[in-house]
Design a protein around this ligand. Structure first.
Ligand code: F6R
Length: 597
């Protein structure tokens, strides 16, 4: 969601800004722009709605050169995705340029006040308010540092802001609150970006800003002030990922690569240490989207393997619930990015209500990881495609490991069970490889079902969570009308939608529940639906007698099946999206990291 790139002191700022934005484009955007300080000391802006290619053409037609600049990919929140709402935004003099991720919540009141004072707005964005405010304080004999600090005291909401000013040409300023910003320390230049991959081609020495920080970046130094405007030391970190991990390599898309990487990610996770945390009395999961589906599985696993009661909350809904005490509860936030605004807010609310806080997170130094007392790292490596795949399975595997560990500590699992589980865990990467190898059946099925009017995913127990995730994958990248239902709920309403042209994907991997789901398969078949069933190899014959098509999965304990069953469904969504000509890695209207409420 929105991308920020800035550079000071480079030979060719424009090419660095454009390349950086390219690396950030996976986050989702609908407009892009750059501001460059020319050798004549003027700020020149090029920006447009649409893709980065449009911006590049604009830069070919109207080139601009300079050593310092800022660039942005915008995902529209305040105002439509138009040229004029694209960032950077300037003040009236054009000497100041601002880019911004996040939302300024008191924008309307500030806009009215500034308009009353004679400031003229050219866009509908909240960011332009920031540009005028800084300009106003610059006019009151402030320097840029002081004008920015005064502005930050007035605005509320979430922001990562980067500002450049023609009268202070050797520097850019960066400020963060609830939205990530990374400073890159290069040999001959300073950099700032909203995410690490944008900076990897230039430097591995990075400094991760904390909430409330303001940084001044020049070509050879960085100074950071904390939330009290006191100079503070933030130690740089050396980023060890290789660029390849953030590149597509041989694959056509990031999603294809990330689907294939899942067995390796599982192996890495299994070889890594487990989070240390006292066994909780009860757990309350907070998460969004796929992480919410992984949490539903987590709730079931904690109950079965550790007898720990748990509930799962959609993070965006939590803020509306009564603020009852959560003293004996561990709030477990599950988030690939570690930056999802609703999950972060739910974690904070739980802490205020007395809960302990832990998190399952992929991205190091992300906001959720910093605010949790304990973190279980997912070890998925960078996930670039908007639709999560390896993020989802590493979340489930993390939860399975935690449930087993706590089950052992609470003596719900015997020493023998625990040893057997060790073996089962070690088999998982191999089982995932075996499941992924069977690609042809998925391709053929996707070709035959390119445009069903309606797709229902059904399942019971852990299979219901897989159905939810399978439907989400299909709808978000192929734009098909896909919904998931607990199989037993069909007859309470949704079955009214079943006609001859409906496709039903029945997930039947749970040993005790397969017979029950088979009766639901019969119900939908009787009403004309075609049925694709997913089951274990050992259930193949039973399901072949019921469904139009059967995909089998290796046999494994029930608790492991969600890690396998989702793989062909990810692939089905992927192939269907490709065949339908959809933008697989960057589906419409979606962003990778949802940093707004
Ligand atoms: C779906 C998807 C989203 C995310 C959700 C939470 O494929 O990727 O539903 O799962 O936005 O994101 P994180 O895990 O980063 O908090």
């Amino acid at each position: 969601m929105c991308g920020i790139m800035g550079v000071v002191g480079a030979k060719d700022a424009v090419s660095i800004l454009v390349e950086g934005l390219q690396h950030l484009s996976y986050r989702g955007y609908d407009a892009a722009g750059v501001a460059v300080l020319t050798d004549k000391g003027q700020i020149e802006i090029r920006k447009s709605a649409g893709s980065l290619d449009k911006l590049k053409s604009l830069l070919v037609g109207e080139p601009v050169n300079g050593r310092t600049g800022v660039g942005h990919t915008r995902w529209a929140t305040h105002g439509a995705p138009t040229d004029c709402n694209a960032h950077p935004h300037t003040d009236a003099s054009g000497k100041l340029a601002v880019i911004h991720n996040g939302i300024i919540e008191n924008e309307r009141a500030l806009r009215q006040k500034l308009a009353g004072e004679g400031y003229v707005f050219r866009s509908q964005t909240d960011t332009e308010v920031v540009a005028h405010l800084i300009a106003k304080y610059l006019g009151e004999t402030c320097d840029l540092h002081c004008a920015l600090q005064k502005t930050l005291q007035i605005i509320s909401g979430a922001y990562a802001l980067v500002v450049m000013y023609a009268d202070e040409p050797d520097r850019i300023y960066a400020a963060r609150k609830d939205s990530p910003l990374v400073i890159g320390i290069g040999k001959d230049a300073g950099y700032v970006a909203s995410d690490i991959p944008a900076l990897l081609p230039y430097t591995r020495e990075m400094l991760l800003l904390e909430d409330g920080d303001v940084a001044r970046v020049t070509k050879d130094a960085v100074i950071v002030w904390d939330r009290d405007d006191v100079i503070t030391e933030r130690l740089p970190k050396t980023i060890t990922w290789d660029q390849e991990a953030a590149d597509k390599g041989e694959h056509m898309t990031f999603m294809d690569k990330e689907i294939d990487e899942q067995p390796d990610a599982a192996e890495r996770l299994l070889a890594s240490p487990l989070m240390r945390h006292a066994v909780p009395e009860r757990v309350s999961f907070v998460a969004c989207g796929s992480a919410y589906h992984a949490s539903i599985i987590g709730r079931e696993l904690l109950g079965r393997l550790a007898q720990i009661p748990a509930d799962v909350k959609i993070a965006s809904e939590m803020r509306y619930e009564p603020e009852l005490p959560l003293d004996d509860t561990l709030c477990l936030a599950v988030s690939q990015s570690g930056e999802t605004a609703d999950t972060l807010a739910a974690l904070r609310q739980s802490k205020r209500r007395g809960a302990k806080a832990a998190a399952i997170v992929n991205v190091q130094d992300s906001s959720i990881a910093r605010e949790a007392e304990s973190v279980q790292w997912m070890h998925a490596g960078p996930e670039i495609a908007v639709a999560t795949t390896k993020g989802y399975t590493t979340q489930i595997l993390s939860l399975l490991r935690l449930a087993l560990e706590w089950g052992k500590t609470r003596e719900v699992l015997s020493a023998r069970d625990a040893r057997e589980w060790e073996e089962q865990l070690n088999r998982i990467p191999g089982l995932m490889r075996e499941t992924l190898a069977d690609r042809d059946r998925v391709d053929q099925f996707a070709t035959a079902h390119i445009a069903p009017r309606l797709v229902f995913f059904i399942g019971r127990g852990l299979d219901y969570a897989t159905a939810l995730e399978g439907a989400l994958k299909l709808k978000e990248i192929s734009y098909l009308n896909a919904e998931a239902y607990a199989a037993g709920e069909l007859k309470h309403g949704p079955i009214a939608l079943i006609e001859n042209d409906a496709l039903v994907v029945a997930v039947c991997t749970q040993s005790e529940l397969t017979s029950k789901t088979i009766s639901n398969i019969r119900e939908v078949k009787a009403r004309g639906a075609s049925v694709l069933a997913l089951c274990r190899k050992s259930d193949e014959a039973r399901l072949k007698a019921e469904a139009d098509e059967v995909w089998t999965l290796p046999d494994a304990p029930d608790a492991v099946m969600p890690l396998l069953a989702i793989l062909p469904l990810q692939r089905l969504a992927y192939e269907t999206a490709l065949l339908r000509g959809c933008s697989v890695d960057k589906p419409r209207n979606l962003a990778k990291s949802v940093t707004v409420e």
